[in-house]
Design a protein around this ligand. Sequence first.
Ligand SMILES: CC(C)(COP(=O)(O)OP(=O)(O)OC[C@H]1O[C@@H](n2cnc3c(N)ncnc32)[C@H](O)[C@@H]1OP(=O)(O)O)[C@@H](O)C(=O)NCCC(=O)NCCS
Length: 173
Amino acid sequence: MDIRFARLTGPSQTLVDIFNRWENDPVLVPLTRPNKNKEELERQEAVTWDVLNKRLQQHPNYLIYMDDQLVGEMNYMVDPGHLYRKIPGTAWIGITIGEKEGQGKGIGYQAINYLEEQIKEKDLKRIEIGVFEFNEKAHSLYKKMGYKEIGRIPEFTFWQGKMWADIRMGKLL
Ligand SMILES: CC(C)(COP(=O)(O)OP(=O)(O)OC[C@H]1O[C@@H](n2cnc3c(N)ncnc32)[C@H](O)[C@@H]1OP(=O)(O)O)[C@@H](O)C(=O)NCCC(=O)NCCS
C-alpha cells in the first residue's frame, strides 16, 4: 500500500464534489462536526468553490492518497480562538479519512505523523486536537500518538439522542 500526502493549494470541481460528499456523509458528520441538536446534525452544508477556496487561503490543507486514490484530507489552523489552552504557537489539527476503505489501515497514524512534521517546520511548538467522547477510534489513535487529555467541554455535540463532551488533547512538539 502506497500512502502519499499532497498540499492542497487551490480547489477543483472534483475536489468540491468530494468535500461535499464527505462533509454531508451521515456516518462522518457526527464524528467531524459539532451539532447543537438533531436539526443541526441532519443539516446539509454546501461546500462551494468559494468556501473551499477561502478555507485553503486561511489554513494549510493536505490531501491523503492510498495507492493514488484520494481517501482523505487534513488541515491545521494556527492559534484559533476555540483552543482550550490558548498558548501562542499552537496548531489545531483536523483529519477526515472520508473513504471507508482507507480507514483502519494505519493511514491516519501516518497522516498525523506527516502533519506534525509540517507543523514543526513552521516552528510551532504545540498541537491541540478535539475529539467527541464517543469517537473511540480517533481517541485511541490520538492517545497512541502521545496526545494527552487536557480537558473536556461538556454538552458539546448532539448524537443519538443526547449531548456528548468534546475531549481536548494536547502534545508538545
Ligand atoms: C479517526 C481516523 C482519522 C483514524 O484513522 P485510521 O487510518 O482509520 O486509523 P489507523 O488505522 O491509523 O489506526 C487504527 C489503529 O491502529 C493503530 N495504529 C495504526 N498504525 C500504527 C502504527 N504505525 N503504530 C502504532 N499504532 C498504530 C492506531 O493507534 C489505532 O489503534 P486501535 O485499533 O487500538 O484504535 C479515521 O478513521 C477517520 O478519519 N475517521 C472518520 C472521521 C473522524 O473520526 N475524524 C476524526 C475526528 S476527531
